[in-house]
Design a protein around this ligand. Sequence first.
Ligand code: ZN
Length: 273
Amino acid sequence: MALVLGVGAFGNDVRRLQDYLNRELSSTLVLDGSFGGNTKAEVLRFRNRFGLPAAPVFDDQCFAISADRGFAPPDFDTHPSKSGVNWPRRPTGLSSPDGATMQAKCGTISFVHAPRPGNPEHIKVTNNFEAANISAVDIPQLRDCVVPTGSGVVKTDGRIRFHKKHMDRLRKLFADWEAAGLVDRILTFDGSFNLRLKRGSTSATVANLSNHAWGTAFDINAHWNMRKTVPALMGDRGCLRDMVEIGHANGFYWGGHFGTRDGMHFEVAKEML
Ligand SMILES: [Zn+2]
């Protein structure tokens, strides 16, 4: 599928595009990862500089020029065996933990339902779970990662709040993704530790708690892998399917394998708790 970046696009690839245009054209774009009017103007300059027809998008023609000059698109494996909605396969020996298991293995969360505007699943914790179990872990591969806010974008400093027991696991996962050349698949970071019920839940039971509440889950590339939708396919912008097998190797279960697909989501598998 053709990769096209235009006005309204956001993500780390846009941030890298801005950085590339600054170097290529001596521009002074802010590296915010959000494609707005200034980025569009520089893309038009780029196209003019290299003799491409005027268009407000960075498309395949542009990538054909930029690819060996410092800005290449992700190199997805185009083998037909990896092109379908069911690749990669569900892992053997890994599963998604339920609330009772999480309480037993990751610390007991005592809580009451405390809905907030825009976050109806929010809970308020009434014991010391957070102080006892959650801390910040530095993930170098997530430094400056774009975070959508609903009204725009911000960037992380790479410090992610996660369960203390699984920080090394998380660090190794991202290091392994980097070693495999897959970090450029990550376009946005969309949260980790989050005191809430599963999306759509209304009753405050342990079974309804999201694994994000225990700090053992994180979301990336949410925009392209929304819950209840088919996660982006290999070659499509936002696809993270070729990251999943390394996730399995590190004991993470992918939400794309849930009965209700949640392709943005990775969590520590039950067998690793
Ligand atoms: Zn999630």
